[in-house]
Ligand binder design. Structure first.
Ligand code: FAD
Ligand code: SF4
Length: 324
């Protein structure tokens, strides 16, 4: 791994002072949380920086409660917590392995780098194919998945928590030396495998909040992986609903592991709610989600198979809708 200088501030103010100092000297840096994604990438010499600022000593980022989860909350703690919504606990429990979940954090999961089999490789491997423009090492290399356009990256977003957090109506909170801001989780992501999300330079995620009616929501998260024991989602579908008198009064669906962003399927869910008729509606919903996703060939399984599985996962995640 290339050498870097590690900074360990104990407050956000201290972190932003370090940032100011680095900027004044024109030095680049990365935030690091659990390091379970950043460090493997650094070991493969992927977009390494000379400075790394750890968030691990900033206590304010650790808080976990029913309506508030700090960016440094460990996925293992979320998976075990009886205080947080069971859907969040379930999706956290499906991330990687127990050892990784002990270090992995909520913030790192939401901000996970996008993945592509032309990119998540050793430097020697990438050099042998002349790189690609997500990490071109100055070669001006093209994208291997959609060539001859050289601007867009369609690397896949393969983190598990975002679709669930979208379905539970969460808000993401950010801070930078310039101040604080918040957006709904479904507005956080940006359709490009390189920029990934709306975080500005020097900005970080501090926490997420969940609405007061969180306990009224039920749902499920289903995930396709190559190996059950640990793997990134090749497709993931979260479905949530609120019970009404004769059926659901609200439905939300979100997907991950298929495109460069996790996607909130507001239109498809509303259409089904407006014409709710039980089993047929679930089938219609599953088909409409399948039709709307557009995987490309840059992860383990073929796009056509992942798309088919989106329908299967949507159906499975909607099972509870037929049990009310
Ligand atoms: C073998 C293996 C299997 C895995 N399987 C899965 C899986 O099944 N599902 C899954 O979702 N992930 C998986 N992962 C990826 C990863 O372990 C998790 O997504 C984890 O939650 C990342 O969190 P972290 O704290 O370790 O992030 P880090 O590695 O510390 O950071 C990840 C990225 O987020 C940025 N970042 C971190 N915190 C913040 C913040 N607060 N604000 C702004 N930017 C921030 C970092 O700069 C970095 O770019 C796997 C990893 C491995 C090695
Ligand atoms: S999608 Fe293209 S630019 Fe992005 S990582 Fe893959 S090959 Fe590189």
């Amino acid at each position: 791994m290339p050498p870097f200088k590690l900074h360990t501030p104990s407050s956000l103010d201290e972190a932003f002072e370090i940032v100011k100092g680095l900027k004044a000297e024109n030095l680049d840096y990365d935030w690091i949380a659990g390091g379970t994604d950043l460090l493997p990438n650094y070991k493969w010499h992927i977009n390494t920086k000379p400075h790394v600022i750890s968030l691990s000593k900033i206590k304010i980022l650790n808080k976990i409660s029913k309506n508030h989860i700090g960016a440094m909350a460990r996925l293992y703690d979320l998976s075990q917590s009886s205080e947080i919504h069971p859907l969040i606990a379930k999706s956290a429990s499906l991330v990687a392995s127990v050892m990784i979940r002990r270090s992995a954090t909520l913030g790192g999961n939401i901000c996970l780098d996008t993945r592509c089999f032309w990119f998540n490789q050793s430097e020697e491997w990438r050099e042998s194919i002349d790189y690609c423009h997500k990490c071109d090492c100055g070669t001006g290399a093209d994208c291997r998945v959609i060539p001859n356009q050289n601007t867009l990256c369609v690397a896949t977003y393969q983190a598990d928590l975002a679709p669930v957090l979208m379905c539970l109506g969460s808000t993401i909170h950010m801070a930078s030396p310039e101040g604080e801001r918040s957006v709904p989780m479904y507005d956080f992501f940006k359709l490009d495998g390189i920029t990934k999300n709306i975080l500005l330079e020097d900005e970080l995620v501090t926490h997420i909040t969940l609405p007061n009616d969180i306990s009224d929501w039920e749902g499920d998260y289903q995930k396709l992986t190559q190996r059950d024991s640990w793997d990134f989602p090749e497709a993931g579908v979260a479905v949530s609903w609120k019970k009404g008198v004769t059926g659901p009064s609200e439905i939300r669906v979100a997907t991950t592991g298929i495109e460069p962003i996790p996607r909130f399927h507001a239109e498809e869910s509303q259409r089904i709610l407006d014409t709710w008729s039980g089993e047929n509606s679930v089938e219609e919903l599953a088909e409409s989600i399948r039709k709307s996703v557009k995987p490309v060939l840059n992860t383990w399984f073929q796009p056509s198979y992942r798309r088919k599985m989106v329908k299967v996962l949507s159906r499975r995640a909607s099972k509870g809708l037929l049990e009310m």
